[in-house]
Design a protein around this ligand. Structure first.
Ligand SMILES: *Cc1c(COP(=O)(O)O)cnc(C)c1O
Length: 260
């Protein structure tokens, strides 16, 4: 294929790590999640090996936003247990029945979170990846106190200082982390980032890692379908993968909020 022979630098950075089959639309409504999960796990293991990290040191979170219940059920049947949704309402509609059938499921919330959804987020999810501002931290702390539920929290950092993107600005990250832990007592386990699209994500991953180390945080939620191997090389402990597992993202009016 001429595509393959193209010199490396002619290609944009991101698509390089994309599995070859994600360029094409899926023939059926549900791609074969068991085969995709096996292939993804092989790539993840290989990335760990290359990075000199133990296999199993990275949690694969399957991002199931906008996916049908059938697609999710197939991934569950294939053994996947960590899933992420980007909207509280969608998770509420989709997950109670699935959870009842698969008690080991851990549900993650990625994407922007409104303060008025704090209680639903705290009761419906096991891990929150987008804690990014004082009003939200306060609302989550109150919701945790009220419900007794304490999901793990990742503080999202806007490493590219992109005005349209969620995440605490870089120059406010130290103060915000201190506030989350010392004022609100949130169970902060790590940091999360979404690097700017179309650029080398590695400097952003490195920045996130050094910021986490400076705060004594072990968790690093970074890496998606196109860049998770680079993220693993830079120390990711959680990768959030949608398209590489479920196929091309379904079209939605307005596009997914808070993502590229
Ligand atoms: C949608 C989404 C992902 C998954 O992206 P893919 O490119 O489909 O792997 C990861 N993280 C966040 C925050 C997302 O919104």
């Amino acid at each position: 294929m001429p595509h393959r022979d193209r010199p490396h630098r002619d290609r944009p950075h991101r698509p390089r790590d994309r599995p070859p089959d994600s360029h094409r639309p899926e023939p059926g409504p549900v791609p074969d999640p068991a085969a995709r999960l096996a292939a993804l796990t092989r790539r993840l293991d290989e990335a760990c090996r290359r990075a000199g990290r133990p296999l199993g040191s990275v949690t694969l979170v399957a991002v199931s936003k906008y996916r049908s219940r059938d697609a999710v059920a197939a991934a569950l049947d294939a053994g996947q247990r960590d899933f992420a949704e980007s909207r509280v309402q969608e998770a509420r509609a989709k997950w109670p029945q699935l959870r009842a059938r698969h008690p080991g499921v851990r549900l993650h919330l990625v994407g922007p979170l409104q303060t008025n959804k704090a209680t639903a987020a705290v009761t419906g999810f096991d891990t929150l990846h987008s804690v990014d501002r004082p009003s939200l931290a306060a609302a989550l702390a109150a919701a945790m106190a009220r419900t007794g539920r304490r999901p793990d929290c990742f503080v999202q950092v806007n490493t590219g200082d992109e005005p349209q993107k969620s995440g605490v600005p870089l120059d406010g990250a130290d103060a915000f982390l201190k506030e989350c832990r010392d004022v609100h007592g949130l169970p902060v386990v790590g940091l999360m980032c979404l690097p700017p699209a179309g650029r080398d994500p590695r400097p952003h991953f490195r920045l996130l890692r050094s910021l986490a180390a400076a705060h004594g945080l072990a968790g690093l939620s970074m890496g998606m379908s196109d860049d998770f191997e680079a993220a693993v090389a830079e120390g990711a402990t959680v990768i959030r993968v949608g398209r590489a597992l479920f196929g091309p993202r379904p079209r939605r009016a307005g596009g997914p909020p808070g993502t590229r």
